[in-house]
Design a protein around this ligand. Structure first.
Ligand SMILES: Nc1ncnc2c1ncn2[C@@H]1O[C@H](COP(=O)(O)OP(=O)(O)OP(=O)(O)O)[C@@H](O)[C@H]1O
Length: 272
């Protein structure tokens, strides 16, 4: 098996690391936002992209999912360099991604079920009855079977996120990307969404990449990660959020991890 990276001397294969980021610099025009990023994402892990507001987390995520061409460096998807691949190969690689952005935008004029069916209609040759079965399956995975005929405007914020998640899961992606999944949700609904992400990771074996500054989420579900710094415009720490909280001495990391340290994690009782 070819090597995807050589981290701390350990030989890891492409099968172990579906995403490898090498010397990645992202930005807009001449302006670099983050430079020289190097990290690998282990299969099945829940990987956090951390850092203060405006440090470039979403920009890095966009380069990883194929929405923003990097200024330099590589995004290796199962060993293949995404940004030099043909349009056909890029489309194929993106089919392996499930992406849930902050807005979780659903088509407002379509029912929840039709929103989830859309990627299946666009990217597969499945028949309508087959698609209906899969849509039901995806909605039941996120606990939304009862809302399949609802319009997005009839759903709560948490339900809309779950519907968008069902749509992101439609094509059975191997890698799920979340940009601030908890944005706009109350702490209990946010906690429920975290549990759902954990269940998906454990149950489906999906690799998950999360951009977030919600400490309870980061500490509760992520087992690896990277910490980006706005000032030095690069990564200043690597590791699980809990390990960074307990063992990292960089003042910026410490300040980030110390926020709300005494705040209890809410219970999920009464979750929607
Ligand atoms: N389309 C764009 N054109 C130019 N600059 C942009 C664009 N999008 C973002 N930026 C700038 O890039 C920087 C990083 O933004 P980004 O949204 O990636 O940060 P972030 O860490 O995700 O922030 P937050 O946590 O507040 O969402 C910011 O200075 C932002 O103004």
């Amino acid at each position: 098996m070819p090597l995807a990276s050589d981290t701390a001397g350990a030989e890891r294969s492409i099968a172990d690391e579906p995403l490898v980021i090498r010397n990645l610099t992202v930005g807009f025009g001449e302006r670099a936002i983050q430079r020289d990023l190097n990290f690998s994402i282990r299969r099945g892990s829940i990987f956090a992209i951390m850092g203060g507001s405006g440090c470039g987390k979403s920009t890095v995520l966009k380069a990883m999912v194929g929405l923003l061409r990097p200024l330099a460096g590589q995004v290796l998807v199962n060993g293949e360099d995404y940004w030099i691949a043909s349009d056909f190969r890029q489309t194929e690689m993106r089919r392996g991604f499930g992406v849930l952005f902050q807005s979780g935008a659903l088509w407002s004029s379509m029912t929840v079920a039709d929103n989830v069916a859309l990627p299946l209609q666009m990217f597969t040759r499945l028949t309508p009855p087959e698609i209906a079965i899969l849509v039901e399956l995806k909605l039941s995975l996120v606990g939304l079977s009862a809302a399949s005929r609802s319009m997005p405007s009839e759903l709560s914020g948490g339900m809309r996120k779950r519907a968008a998640l069902a749509r992101a899961l439609a094509l059975d992606p191997g890698i799920l990307f979340f940009d601030e999944p908890s944005a706009g949700l109350d702490p209990i609904t946010s906690n429920r969404l975290d549990e759902l992400i954990l269940e998906l990771s454990n149950g489906l074996g999906a690799t998950v990449v999360i951009v977030s500054h919600e400490l309870p989420s980061l500490l509760g579900i992520c087992d690896d990660g990277i910490f980006l710094d706005a000032e030095s415009k690069t990564a200043i720490a690597h590791g699980a959020p809990r390990a960074l909280r307990d063992h990292n001495d960089h003042p910026t990391v410490r300040a980030f991890m110390a926020r709300g340290q005494n705040a209890p994690r809410p219970s999920t009782a009464g979750a929607p």
